[in-house]
Design a protein around this ligand. Structure first.
Ligand code: UDP
Ligand code: MG
Length: 309
């Protein structure tokens, strides 16, 4: 049995259609499945629709989060309920082509891979600045943590084993794509073309993306922290050299033409200290969140097996 986990935020206008399309396709291919639909605190009529579906069909579990916690948290909530032999995570706007699922299932079943991951062939229509940012971001993650996320998507098939491993990770600030790569297991990529969104618009703003990127980087690597130390050492050496030179000038009575040097030094040191503090701050925030151990999401309502649980 397959668990289909779908995070949904404000997709009321077309969610019923998306579910129907996916459901029909899976039925045609004789893939026995149950849906786990997570409403990530939508403000439109998404929840009413999910409720309607779940009360009428015991194979649909609908979970309403108490507010918008973000896609990552919504996926987490869904995985918590996933009890199939394998789980498929996909978007609700049909940008992850359901036609690919039968092939993914075949790879899982016949070739025995534990993770089958959807990889974007060509990224859909994106702004130049955005795709450049994305490239730099993946390169950085790859260089620092050896996890290749380029063109990765959240469209994945995960074996029960992987879900179990994933549930053991106690951290709260996870990044689904990265985490499912981190746990390892045998994996096979499968390419797909990103289609146009069926309806509504993308929920990602520049700020949200930057937040996601910072979260992902600081979840995987402490390289920025090491970089700070290195920078500190280099600056210290520089400082020593200039310091010695200044003293030498003073002794030989040629001092007082170092005004520019002072200013420059001030800028360099001031700047690097600030950057360093900022980076440390980001990691500290992470520790703070982990230590607080607050749940990643709160469930307001859950309808399973046709009734509220
Ligand atoms: N989504 C969510 N919570 C959010 C934002 C988005 O659950 O806060 C869901 C959304 O409903 C969709 C998926 O995450 O199913 C991908 O979102 P979107 O299509 O906006 O992103 P894009 O395809 O542009 O990456
Ligand atoms: Mg989308």
């Amino acid at each position: 049995m397959a668990s289909i986990v779908i995070p949904i935020y404000g997709e009321g206008s077309h969610i019923l259609n998306s579910i129907r399309v996916i459901d029909n396709l899976l039925k045609e291919n004789h893939i026995y499945h149950k849906f786990i639909l997570i409403d990530d605190g939508s403000k439109d009529n998404t929840w009413q629709q999910l409720e309607f579906l779940a009360y009428g069909n015991t194979d649909i579990t609908a979970i309403r989060l108490s507010r918008n916690f973000g896609k990552e948290a919504a996926i987490c909530a869904g995985l918590e309920y996933a009890d199939g032999d394998y789980t498929i995570v996909m978007d609700s706007d049909l940008q992850h082509p359901p036609e690919l699922i039968p092939e993914m299932v075949k790879i899982w079943r016949e070739e025995g891979y534990d993770v089958v991951e959807g990889v974007k062939n060509a990224r859909g229509k994106e702004k130049i600045l955005y795709s450049l940012g994305v490239k730099v971001f993946y390169k950085f993650i790859y260089k620092t943590s050896n996890i290749d996320l380029s063109n990765a998507s959240d469209f994945k098939l995960l074996d029960k084993k992987v879900i179990m491993a994933w549930k053991q990770l106690p951290e709260r600030t996870t990044f689904f794509r990265g985490m499912s790569a981190w746990v390892g297991f045998s994996r096979k990529p499968i390419g797909f073309d990103v289609k146009e969104r069926v309806n509504g618009k993308s929920k990602w703003s520049m700020i949200r993306l930057i937040k996601l990127a910072l979260n992902a980087i600081t979840s995987y690597t402490t390289v920025p922290l090491h970089f700070i130390t290195l920078m500190g050492i280099v600056l210290f050496i520089l400082f020593l050299i200039i310091g010695i030179q200044t003293i030498y000038m003073k002794i030989t009575g040629r001092a007082l033409d170092g005004f520019t040097t002072v200013i420059l030094l001030q800028l360099i040191i001031g700047g690097s200290v600030m950057i360093s503090l900022g980076i440390i701050g980001i990691y500290l925030t992470k520790i703070y969140h982990e230590v607080k151990a607050r749940p990643r999401y709160l469930i307001a309502k859950c309808i399973k097996g046709g009734k509220e649980v």
